[in-house]
Design a protein around this ligand. Structure first.
Ligand SMILES: [Zn+2]
Length: 172
């Protein structure tokens, strides 16, 4: 339904009140009680126009603020990752047996302390090098402490005081 120039998706449901939602992509969705007329729905949406516009503006601002999409040149990402591994092996006094790369859905990296192997998520190439470096440090720190306990984070903080800011970029 087109209301004040805005395409609104209307879902009629066995509910008592009308609910309006602006989705992450800016589309507007309203669920309404079955017996409400189109005119009533339109009046409801119009009464919320200020809020809808503010919400859409906030969403497009959030999109604009997203970190730049880093995509490293072919091979550059892996080269940089291995460089970070070498650097942090020296700084932390640990040694890695093997580094592998894989696209992963749920984690940025993993470490198997027993075999001293680390695996890095290739999706890290979309983030600044600072993020990649933090994940390398994180996985190498597992060679000193396997669990995510206070000691583990003390090690991380000792070597990389700004680790929280780097980690925050990864979840943004
Ligand atoms: Zn970990």
């Amino acid at each position: 339904m087109l209301i004040s120039g805005i395409e609104v998706e209307v879902a009629r449901k066995p509910i008592k009140n009308m609910y309006l939602r602006v989705r992450a992509d800016g589309s507007v969705w309203v669920s309404v009680p079955k017996r409400r007329s189109d005119a009533e729905v339109a009046a409801f949406v119009k009464s919320r126009l200020g809020w809808i516009n503010a919400r859409r503006a906030a969403l497009s601002e959030a999109v604009a603020k997203k970190p730049p999409q880093y995509i490293y040149a072919d091979g550059e990402f892996k080269r940089l990752a291995l460089e970070f591994v070498k650097l942090w092996e020296l700084r932390m006094g640990v040694s890695v047996e093997r580094v592998t790369f894989r696209e992963m859905k749920t984690r940025w990296g993993s470490c198997t302390p027993k075999t001293r192997r680390i695996r890095l998520n290739t999706n890290l190439e979309r983030y600044p090098p600072e993020c990649l470096e933090y994940i390398v440090l994180h996985e190498l720190a597992h060679l000193l402490e396997t669990r995510h306990n206070a000691r583990f984070y003390a090690i991380i903080a000792q070597f990389m005081p700004d680790w929280k800011a780097r980690k925050a970029m990864l979840t943004a």
